[in-house]
Design a protein around this ligand. Structure first.
Ligand SMILES: [Zn+2]
Length: 257
C-alpha cells in the first residue's frame, strides 16, 4: 500500500475534468484531505488505513461533499480564524483548529491564502523527497481561478512564491495530474498572473473603465463558458493594482492612477 493514496471523486466543480482528488496520507494516524464526496474507492482507503484526521485545503463546495460522511471517528481540523466558514460549508463542527506550521498526522500545515481566504497546503516528507498537497493553489496545465470577491491576487502570488521557495519535489493538486516539476510550474503560474496583471493595467491605461471592458481587452482567448470566472479574476487584479497604487478602482470603475 502506497503511503499516499490519491482518489479522484466526481464533484460539482468548474475544473475541466469534473473531478476533485481526495488524498489519504499515511497508514496509521492517517489524514484524509479534501473528501469531495463519499465513494467506494475512498471508503476502501479509509478502511484499510487508520484514519485519525480530516483536513481541507479550503472550503469551496467541490472539496467538502464527503466531510459529514467521514467526520465520525476522525478529528476534524479547521484553519484557525475560519471555523464559521468551515461549519457553513460542511455542516460539521471542527474538533480542533490548526495554524500555519502545525502538524496533523504526518502533514505540516502551510497557510497559502489567495484562491480562497482559508486555503492551506500540506507538506509531507516522503522517502523520495517532499510532497506538498496544494489543493487549488496550482495545476499542471492552465491556471487557477483567483476571483473577487474572496480571491486575493497579492496573497495568491505570495503563496505561490512561498511554496516555490520551499523547493518541494512534487505537488499533489486537487485537480489534474501530479506535478513533478514544482519549480517550473509555480514559476509559470506566477508569470501567468503577472502577464495578466500587465494586460489589465494596459487595458485601463488604454481607456477600459468597467470590468467587462477590461475583461474584453485583457483576454485574447474565447471566454465562452468561463467569462464570469475571467471577470472575477480581472476584478481581483484591479484590486491588487489599486493596492499597489497602479490604478484607481472604486469597486465599479477603474482609472489610470
Ligand atoms: Zn477552490
Amino acid at each position: 500500500m502506497d503511503r499516499i493514496a490519491r482518489v479522484p471523486v466526481d464533484a460539482e466543480t468548474r475544473a475541466p475534468d469534473g473531478r476533485t482528488a481526495a488524498y489519504v496520507v499515511g497508514r496509521e494516524d492517517a489524514v484524509l484531505v479534501d473528501p469531495a464526496g463519499r465513494t467506494d474507492a475512498l471508503d476502501e482507503e479509509y478502511e484499510r488505513r487508520d484514519v485519525a484526521h480530516l483536513v481541507l485545503t479550503h472550503t469551496h463546495p467541490d472539496h467538502v461533499g464527503g466531510v459529514a460522511d467521514y467526520a465520525e471517528g476522525t478529528t476534524v481540523h479547521a484553519l484557525a480564524g475560519h471555523e464559521d466558514r468551515f461549519r457553513a460549508a460542511t455542516g460539521v463542527d471542527p474538533d480542533r483548529t490548526v495554524e500555519d506550521g502545525d502538524r496533523v498526522g504526518g502533514l505540516t500545515v502551510l497557510a497559502t491564502p489567495g484562491h480562497a481566504p482559508d486555503h492551506a497546503a500540506f507538506a509531507v516528507e516522503e522517502p523520495d523527497g517532499e510532497a506538498v498537497l496544494v489543493g487549488d493553489l496550482a495545476v499542471a496545465e492552465g491556471s487557477v481561478v483567483v476571483g473577487a470577491p474572496e480571491g486575493d491576487m497579492a496573497a495568491y502570488l505570495d503563496s505561490l512564491r512561498r511554496i516555490r521557495d520551499r523547493d518541494p519535489d512534487r505537488l499533489l493538486p486537487a485537480h489534474g495530474p501530479v506535478i513533478d516539476d514544482p519549480r517550473e510550474t509555480l514559476t509559470r503560474l506566477i508569470e501567468h498572473r503577472l502577464d495578466r496583471e500587465g494586460r489589465v493595467l494596459r487595458a485601463v491605461e488604454a481607456g477600459a473603465r468597467d470590468p467587462d471592458a477590461v475583461t474584453d481587452a485583457a483576454y485574447e482567448k474565447d471566454l465562452t463558458g468561463v467569462r464570469d470566472l475571467a471577470r472575477a479574476t480581472v476584478v481581483a487584479h484591479l484590486e491588487k493594482l489599486a493596492a499597489d497604487g497602479d490604478v484607481e478602482w472604486d469597486g465599479e470603475r477603474a482609472r489610470p492612477a
